[in-house]
Design a binder for this molecule. Structure first.
Ligand SMILES: Nc1ncnc2c1ncn2[C@@H]1O[C@H](COP(=O)(O)OP(=O)(O)OP(=O)(O)O)[C@@H](O)[C@H]1O
Ligand SMILES: [Mg+2]
Length: 293
């Protein structure tokens, strides 16, 4: 169809088109890369400002309570207060200060855990008793919130080695999340039984909001909260879960989250047999099998 001149012309046209096309592809790629870098930077910025606003809110709320009510108490000569009001304001100040101390302790705890210089006081421990104690603190709250609370702690659990205060802290942190993220008419179930390797397997399940796989990663990161927007109604600093996981691991155990958005969350913890406390945690690949209740 083309003569020699036509052929040369068409091949130079093809060359031209192909170089135009490759330029266009390059430009498109550059734009896409620039766009995704911008989107990533925007997401990072948004997370940073949400984090700062959430933490300021977490710290300011109890501080404002303390400042406001202590002022009223201090001015009681100008504006007399009844005995009931004095007791009520005193209790509010006390609770707010307690809450502030808990946040500060958590911040110190996570930085200590991350520094790798954390030491546990390990002794022979009845883990079932500690779990039952933590459950008791939440049972009343669950019934007030119309959440069904089931407990099944096997009576023949083997003793483990650990730090009772830290074990309690682990269970309280996980139970506090189950309570916080399970709406009325939901369910929380706590089970504990001996594991095949002589340790103890504990599961705390809830029928609450649940999380996607990416959200689980966020939740396990210090200060990470799945919904940290301003509309957030559940308080917290985003430290309970990473602290619990690090403390379980310091006991030589494993903590795993299984969850699906909208279908509740299972937190499964495997504590090793008494003589395994100082053994390193099993490899990631073994964790699933070890944690299957
Ligand atoms: N059982 C759960 N169901 C649904 N979401 C959860 C659950 N547990 C944790 N999360 C999500 O993971 C986030 C991190 O949990 P974590 O316990 O570390 O922090 P927090 O509860 O927000 O605050 P803190 O425990 O420090 O008071 C929560 O804010 C929530 O978004
Ligand atoms: Mg929490």
């Amino acid at each position: 169809m083309f003569g020699p001149v036509g052929q040369a012309k068409s091949s130079s046209l093809l060359d031209e088109y192909s170089s135009l096309l490759s330029d266009a592809v390059m430009r498109h790629r550059a734009r896409a890369a620039e766009h995704s870098a911008r989107v990533e930077a925007e997401i990072a910025n948004k997370m940073k400002s949400e984090f700062i606003s959430n933490m300021s809110h977490e710290l300011r709320t109890p501080l404002n309570t303390i400042i406001g009510f202590s002022k009223l108490l201090a001015e009681h000569e100008q504006r007399p207060l009844g005995g009931k009001e004095v007791a009520e304001y005193g209790a509010l100040i006390h609770d707010a200060a307690d809450h502030l101390l808990a946040i500060i302790n958590d911040i110190l705890e996570i930085s200590k855990l991350q520094s790798g210089k954390y030491t546990l006081e390990k002794r022979q421990t009845n883990i079932g008793e500690i779990l039952a104690g933590a459950v008791k603190s939440y049972q009343m709250m669950a019934s007030e919130a119309h959440v069904d609370f089931k407990t099944d702690i096997a009576p023949d659990l083997p003793t483990t080695r650990g730090d009772p205060a830290k074990l309690r802290q682990i269970f309280m942190n996980i139970l506090s999340n189950a309570m916080k993220f399970t709406p009325a008419n939901g369910m929380i179930a706590v089970t504990a039984r001996p594991s095949a390797d002589g340790g103890v397997l504990i599961a705390i399940r809830d029928s609450g909001l649940g999380m996607s796989a990416e959200q689980i990663d966020i939740a396990l990161t210090p200060f990470g909260q799945v919904d940290s927007s301003r509309s957030r109604w559940r308080e917290g600093a985003g430290l309970g879960l990473p602290i619990a996981k690090a403390l379980v691991e310091l006991h030589g155990g494993l903590l795993e989250l299984r969850s699906k958005k909208g279908s509740g969350t299972d937190v499964v913890m495997a504590f090793p047999a008494d003589d395994n406390v100082n053994a390193p945690a099993p490899a990631e690949t073994q964790s699933h099998a070890a944690l299957t209740p």
